[in-house]
Write a protein that binds this ligand. Structure first.
Ligand code: ZN
Length: 272
């Protein structure tokens, strides 16, 4: 897949293409978002474009590099992930990476993808930081993570950060209205029962409730994100919005993990 062909995150893909086109690529990127598959799609499309030997900024799909990439045997693509039996990406893995990067790439660049970068333990992150501070020539790093929160601020500050939009699709109008009403109640500081009342159609929906809940939470997060951009740093409303955003993210994760819809939404209402 090329950056232009991305199903989601088209906007981010286009921004990256612009950088590639202008030749103003920095050496480290962070792609943060809750959907691991989307993060990886973006990371791979980006790596493919970086490594492509064709004319344009995006992967051409025809050159030797693109063909090797598609066959899964590109020498200059390095994907680092947590080993199956380990809880973390370890410092040993970063040391191995460091060793490998001592050798020149086959082509002009190395593209290093760090999958689930949130699982790097602090030692591994500090080791990586050294690499990010003094990157070997031609190496482009892309850290793929759930959020920037689990990463050391020093690591994040070395990266050009892209946050992937939370919603996969536009919510239906009735769900969008519900999300707007809920956002209004959050800003108003309405009591629990009112917020829960606003969610009644989802709670009553039985089987379809989970899908509706996910759609609603996604729409709500988007509204909150937009509102938060209008607020001054340090304003009390911003604290409110950030708290609700976090709660919505957690609830969405719980629903994706098949937790009980009614219980999850009730907990969510208690937190916002
Ligand atoms: Zn190519």
């Amino acid at each position: 897949m090329s950056l232009r062909e991305l199903e989601h995150d088209k906007a981010v893909g286009l921004q990256l293409l612009r950088l590639l086109e202008r030749g103003t690529l920095v050496h480290a990127f962070l792609f943060a978002g809750s959907d691991a598959a989307r993060r990886k799609d973006l990371g791979l499309a980006f790596a493919k474009a970086v490594l492509c030997a064709g004319e344009g900024p995006d992967a051409c799909g025809a050159c030797l590099s693109c063909r090797k990439f598609e066959d899964g045997n590109h020498e200059d693509l390095i994907v680092l992930a947590r080993a199956k039996d380990r809880a973390f990406i370890t410092v040993d893995q970063i040391e191995e990476l460091q060793e490998r990067l001592r050798f020149a790439p086959y082509g002009l660049h190395y593209a290093v993808l760090i999958e689930d970068a949130q699982y790097m333990n602090p030692q591994a992150q500090n080791k990586l930081l050294k690499l990010l501070e003094e990157p070997p020539e031609g190496v482009v790093f892309a850290l793929l993570a759930e959020s920037a929160d689990a990463l050391l601020p020093t690591v994040v500050s070395r990266c050009s950060c892209y946050w992937l939009e939370e919603t996969d699709a536009k919510a239906r109008p009735e769900i969008l209205n519900m999300a707007r009403e809920l956002a209004r109640l959050i800003f108003e500081g309405a009591p629990f029962y009112k917020k829960r009342g606003a969610l009644a159609p989802v709670l009553d929906a039985k089987e379809e409730g989970r899908a509706m809940g996910l759609e609603l939470l996604g729409a709500l997060e988007e509204i909150l994100l937009r509102e938060s951009l209008k607020l001054a740093p340090g304003s009390p409303d911003l604290v409110l919005v950030k708290r609700a955003e976090e709660a919505a993210k957690d609830a969405r994760l719980a629903l994706r993990q098949n937790h009980n819809t009614g219980y999850t939404l009730k907990q969510f209402c208690l937190r916002i």
